[in-house]
Design a protein around this ligand. Sequence first.
Ligand SMILES: [Zn+2]
Length: 192
Amino acid sequence: MAEQAQCCSPIIETTSPERYRVQFTIGKDSHDKLRRVQALLRREIPDGDPGAIFDRALTVLLDKVEKTKLGAADKLRRHRPIRPKTEPRQAIRPGTDKEARKPTVPSRHIPREVQRAVWRRDHGQCAFVSSTGRRCTERTFLEFHHVQAYAMNGPATVANISLRCWRHNQYEAELIFGPSGPSIVREECTSP
Ligand SMILES: [Zn+2]
């Protein structure tokens, strides 16, 4: 008996381990595109197998969407107003006052290469694992989570950043800071 996949039960069903039967209706435009791609890929896919073409299309689309989403998140941060560097304050009594210095604030910025590496390592899925060993299956509204909290000087490195859905990001922040702790640092990576 075919086991049906979670969210799309009438459309996708497993026919055997690692194989899925996908059924959907396409319009004339999509059908024309499929025919054109079949013709262009006749050498690589001689039988014009729609499944093989679907896989190639998804691979290209996934790569493009990942780049766009991660790029957009990066751009968003770059467009945040940047505070001008403050000049060291003048000593009020030269020779007697120590030069006042602004404390250095560590950067919250997660470098793009770290975002990409984390995304690939966690396979674009929330990496929260419950006490029973089950990993969260959420793939939407993901955020970059600091394993060692940013507020506790957790660095923005691949080892310290992990994908979380917003619920688990919130949940883990509350475990550390409590429900009335400081507002959570949200580093969105997939929501438009
Ligand atoms: Zn989750």
